[in-house]
Design a protein around this ligand. Structure first.
Ligand code: F6P
Length: 468
């Protein structure tokens, strides 16, 4: 199996790990590797150097792999009981902490912190304790532990008690709520979250804005940061990987398919494309993006038949009704726009919901305009990936509430994500941007987006934590 107790020099802990398993029809297990910044970041070190990734066994296949003792070197999956995981992940992390940090609650209906929430919170504590205990078992004397995200805010404090010798870091991939919004949480819970994180030697955030918000919460609700350092580590796109991957045969094939779906306008020229790629999730603001597109078609009839909104909205966290309802609303509005404006040869919104990375890359390459309009987002890597792989240059319409705005704001068309009219006007401006200007801006966006590749992001954090 994957680990040798007490030997790991560098440990990462996160809810979702770098690999997951599926049980095949013949009973064998098939491993599927995950993507993302953290996976490429950790591969800069790898198991040979004593790196270990501790994560949850999430799928039936993962739990079966744990039962059979199957695993990858450098990965340890924890078989958390299903009800504990459901309360911690769906209940506390994705219905409460995610909503607080992205400021998604719509009063007067939400939030309600009742006895059911208290039970979920107890399971969140249990879930965090399971991670802290596993990390304490696995870590070598003086090892460095990098804990990830809002699922595991209590781990630093719990681990510190078990293993005072360790260097402990925590990194937040989300925004951090302003103090008045953070105080929606029950007082005791708010304090436990902050004190849990303050068990770390060092806390990392994606932007200065989120780091400052955390510090403000500590000033107001605890005795301040104490000995804990707070640092900012923006995460960039992996240029080398994206450029190579986006020219593989399956992506070329998807480009041909997409071109056929997009079609040509009345003059015979290829239609312009406004592309978005997201997990379908409330903070991504897909519905207001569709409303802005409809406003564009309303206000500027010259775009009818000449533009297509290519929207890839991949379902996420479907165990929760609020995410399912949002997914249904995206579909309903896309259908409504298509029946309102569509013609036999033109589908105004091409919506795909089946996750397909090759097709996402194909859309990035073809995009004339990328729409990235989250109401709040820790960073948003789509905004960074599109300019890197774009074939002909792509104008970026970007929310000022995305972390990426701090690095890309100068060359993007920046919008208030709640302002549908402003977003519609920005889409028009983006569609009419002169090709030279678009190419120049894309070049600068790409340079800014790749300044901090994931491997460097990871190593920088590790260096800052260990001083080595
Ligand atoms: O943005 C926070 C985050 O945890 C990311 O790191 C990750 O890409 C995303 O949310 C995935 O969410 P989930 O694991 O719930 O699908």
């Amino acid at each position: 199996m994957a680990s040798t107790y007490g030997a790991a020099q560098v440990l990462v802990a996160s809810n979702r790990g770098p690999v997951s398993y599926e049980v095949e029809e013949d009973g064998s297990l098939r491993a599927k590797r995950g993507g993302g910044g953290l996976v490429s970041g950790l591969s800069a070190i790898g198991p040979d150097a004593g790196a270990l990734w501790v994560c949850s066994a999430l799928s039936d296949g993962d739990r079966e792999a744990v039962r059979r003792g199957v695993g990858e070197d450098g990965v340890r999956m924890l078989p958390i009981p299903a009800e504990v995981h459901a309360d911690a992940y769906n209940g506390v992390a994705n219905s409460v902490l995610w909503f607080v940090h992205h400021m998604l609650y719509q009063t007067p209906l939400e939030p309600v912190f009742d006895a059911g929430f208290r039970r979920q919170w107890e399971n969140y504590v249990r879930y965090n304790r399971a991670f802290a205990e596993a990390l304490a078992d696995e870590a070598a004397e003086g090892a460095a532990v990098l804990v990830q995200d809002y699922h595991l805010t209590l781990v630093p404090g719990l681990l510190r008690k078990l293993r005072p010798d360790l260097r402990i870091g925590h990194f937040s991939h989300t925004p951090w709520a302003p103090v008045d919004y953070f105080r929606l949480l029950p007082d005791q819970v708010a304090r436990e979250v902050l004190e849990g994180m303050l068990g770390a030697d060092r806390l990392g955030f994606l932007t200065r804005r989120w780091a400052d918000a955390f510090t403000a919460c500590c000033t107001e609700l605890t005795d301040g940061l104490g000995d804990t350092e707070v640092g900012v580590h923006g995460l960039g796109a992996d240029a080398e990987f994206l450029r190579a991957r986006s020219h593989e045969a399956d992506v070329e094939e998807r480009i041909t398919g997409l071109r056929a779906e997009i079609g040509t306008g009345p003059s015979g020229a290829a239609r312009k494309t406004i592309v978005r790629v997201d997990r379908t999730e409330l903070s991504k603001n897909i519905v207001r993006g569709l409303l802005a597109y409809r406003q564009l078609l309303d206000d500027r009839p010259e775009w009818r038949e000449r533009v297509v909104h290519v929207a890839f909205a991949y379902p996420s966290r479907q165990d929760l009704a609020v995410y399912r309802d949002y997914t249904a609303e995206v579909q309903r509005l896309a259908d409504e726009i298509n029946s309102q404006y569509g013609t036999p040869g033109w589908t105004p919104v091409v919506l795909h919901v089946k996750d397909d990375f090759a097709r996402s890359l194909a859309a990035y390459r073809l995009a004339d305009v990328a729409l990235v309009n989250p109401v709040r987002d820790g960073m948003n890597l789509v905004a960074k990936e599109v300019p890197v792989v774009s074939d002909e240059g792509c104008a970026l319409v970007l929310s000022r509430e995305a972390g990426a705005y701090e690095e890309l704001g100068e060359d993007a068309l920046v919008v208030n994500p709640y302002d549908v009219l402003e977003t519609a006007n920005a889409l028009h401006e983006a569609l009419t941007m002169a090709p030279d200007e678009r190419a120049e801006r894309t070049k600068r966006l790409s340079a800014a987006a790749t300044a901090l590749p994931p491997s460097q992001w990871f190593l920088d954090q590790l260096r800052a934590l260990t001083g080595a």
